[in-house]
Design a protein around this ligand. Structure first.
Ligand SMILES: [Zn+2]
Length: 218
């Protein structure tokens, strides 16, 4: 596979799928959980999407009293952690509350041929970073079943944020037997307490490929 510095172009097949993670207003500058530079990747994702005949979007989608919100845990502040029934949970500012503008997928994302939107985090008592399964590691979103039924090729993952929803989606995809590539410059990270370095280590150990967009776009 290509690596930064060489000039081999990766051929995208009609079976390959672009998975665009959580490009929503609350994760973009001005949003309640803004990822620095999140807006910078939108034109690049639009450009990449023209190379794929199969595109899937994910959408963080929470009730107003979602358990991942620090506001639901008296005495806790955003970015602190707490122990929930399924393990350690990072607590976030309220974000992506369903039917609010913050939860909307950016209107600057121009991918009319996207075929599926997976909404995740709709269960009040379970967070869901991954597009495949919720944070209890049991409740499935159905995405693996969809992809299996469509007999897809490699999954290319872009979006927000690299170290949470992108990484968890990539790790679950790899664990599910899919070939997975993350297009690094079409993601941006939160990078809280070393989370970005840890995410890349985990992804590399899981066999997730790491490329930059130029290797695809030429
Ligand atoms: Zn969320």
């Amino acid at each position: 596979m290509g690596r930064p510095g060489d000039h081999m172009t990766i051929a995208i097949s009609p079976e390959d799928v672009l998975v665009v993670v959580d490009v929503q207003y609350d994760f973009l500058p001005g949003g309640s959980l803004a990822v620095a530079g999140g807006d910078e990747i939108v034109p690049l994702i639009n450009q990449l999407a023209t190379r794929f005949s199969h595109v899937i979007l994910t959408q963080d989608w929470h009730p107003a009293d979602h358990i991942s919100f620090a506001s639901q845990h008296p005495g806790k502040a955003p970015f602190e952690t707490t122990e929930l029934h399924y393990g350690t949970q990072v607590l976030w500012p309220d974000h992506c509350v369903w039917q609010t503008r913050g939860a909307e997928i950016s209107h600057d994302l121009k991918i009319p041929h996207a075929q599926l939107i997976i909404r995740k985090g709709h269960n009040r008592s379970i967070d869901s970073y991954s597009g495949f399964q919720e944070a209890d590691r049991e409740t499935l979103t159905g995405l693996a079943g969809y992809l299996g039924e469509r007999d897809v090729g490699r999954l290319y993952i872009v979006g927000l944020a690299t170290d949470f929803c992108v990484a968890w989606t990539a790790l679950d995809a790899a664990a599910g037997g899919f070939d997975v590539t993350v297009i690094e410059d079409a993601t941006r990270a939160i990078d809280s307490n070393g989370s970005l370095a840890r995410a890349w280590t985990d992804m590399e150990e899981a066999g997730v490929e790491r490329v930059i967009s130029r290797e695809i776009l030429g």
